[in-house]
Design a protein around this ligand. Structure first.
Ligand code: MTE
Length: 330
């Protein structure tokens, strides 16, 4: 009989503390007196089941953008493994505004679809505020099959619909002095219970360099599976950067600011030793809590090796030439 003794980092998924649970525990320790910690942790553990929810769906609120979909598939962006089931992609989510478990899809239904306005400002010729339906009319929609890799070492393969971020940058007309884009997500404590937790630096904030934002892969998803994007996946505007870890993919974006200062991102503000600005996928650079060598593709039985830049090196490696630092990866 072969007895395999796992090395330090070789732990089964079931053994690993999920990011939400890790953060919840740490924040509880920060936020509560010692006597109440155990009482508070027990319901959290019970509520942190990562298995996909078995759900009875309410009829979804009609999305005014529905007639736009499906859109034509762009065959330049394809996959070498099967598309993940829609059910998994829409029931296994990270969206801390709605809670720190993976089963937030039902809570996210409280997010109103309209009105939704995007603000584009900072170092631009003229600040713009535009309603989502007007914006969608102006953007060149296509469908793309992209890999989506979370730093928690799980991944999905998704048929997103949306438009290249470059089209939005061109529409915003940034000044030549602008070097970065800061993305801010909605803030609405009335519908997003996670935003009542004041230890998180709301709103969810992310950033890219102008060069990254205008790379052909950088994409704003507005739909998936030939339909408008579900609320839990980030409707109506979700950043999609398939060569970076999933936490860079801001959901529910309401504001993009052009700036000459590198923004501090949501996760950087929480724990800069674990989450950097660049967050490019690299199997050789481990996160302090998760080896990045392999990934669990949701819906598949076996782990598969992770690839540099999540398999997109031919599109993006040039962006980082000469920037030889580990901080490029996580
Ligand atoms: N965007 C917002 N606004 N809030 C979040 O908590 N989580 C991020 C990212 N975008 C997050 C977010 C993380 S950690 C991941 S892995 C992906 O969304 C998950 O996207 P998915 O639920 O569609 O798979």
């Amino acid at each position: 009989m072969l007895i395999k003794i796992p090395r330090g980092w070789e732990r089964p998924d079931s053994d690993a503390t999920s990011e939400p649970l890790f953060l919840s525990r740490r924040n509880l320790v920060k936020g509560l007196g010692a006597g109440s910690i155990m009482a508070a942790i027990s319901p959290l553990i019970a509520g942190c089941d990562e298995s996909p929810a078995i759900v009875t769906r309410k009829p979804p609120e009609p999305d005014p953008s529905a007639p736009l979909y499906p859109v034509e598939r762009n065959l330049r962006y394809t996959l070498d493994r099967p598309i993940t089931s829609e059910r998994l992609v829409t029931t296994y989510n990270n969206y801390y505004e709605f809670g720190s478990s993976k089963s937030i899809w039902d809570k996210a239904q409280a997010l109103p679809l309209r009105p939704w306005t995007l603000k584009l400002d900072g170092m631009v010729e003229t600040p713009i505020e535009i309603g989502i339906d007007d914006l969608l009319q102006k953007m060149p929609l296509d469908e793309r099959l992209y890999r989506h890799r979370c730093v928690e070492a799980w991944s999905m393969d998704v048929p997103w619909s949306g438009f290249p971020l470059k089209a939005l940058v061109d529409f915003a007309k940034p000044l030549s002095s602008a070097r970065y884009l800061t993305f801010r997500s909605f803030e609405n404590k009335d519908v997003a219970p996670g935003q009542k937790s004041s230890w998180y630096p709301w709103p969810y904030t992310e950033g890219l360099t102008i060069e990254e934002a205008t790379n052909e892969l950088a994409y704003i998803a507005t739909g998936a599976y030939g339909k408008p994007l579900p609320k839990q996946n980030g409707t109506p505007l979700r950043l999609t950067l398939p060569w970076k870890y999933g936490f860079k993919s801001s959901k529910g974006i309401v504001h993009i600011e052009f700036t000459d200062k590198r923004p501090v991102t949501f996760w950087e503000a929480i724990q800069s030793r674990e989450y950097g600005f660049w967050a490019n996928v690299n199997p050789e650079v481990s996160h302090p809590r998760w080896s990045q060598a392999t990934e669990r593709v949701l819906g598949m039985d076996e782990r598969v090796p992770t690839r540099l830049y999540n398999g997109y090196a031919e599109f993006v490696a040039d962006l980082y030439s000469g920037m030889d630092t580990k901080r490029l990866f996580i």
